[in-house]
Ligand binder design. Sequence first.
Ligand SMILES: [Zn+2]
Length: 70
Amino acid sequence: MYRYYINKNAQTNGAHEVHRLGSRFLPKSEHRVSIGFFNNIQDAIKEALKTHPSSKCCPSCLKFDRRNIM
Ligand SMILES: [Zn+2]
């Protein structure tokens, strides 16, 4: 499992990005909130949506998941 974080700051399109710990786009500690431990970013997003309805997967973290599944 990986630990996932949500960016406290919205992107220019209003979305809050969700990242795996280790993502090269992971925001600095003061700009992120831990969501918890999940097997993949899809599960992390489900949790993030409860508090941030505009949550989106970080494209880099999504690619990481796909590589791992294949
Ligand atoms: Zn990421």
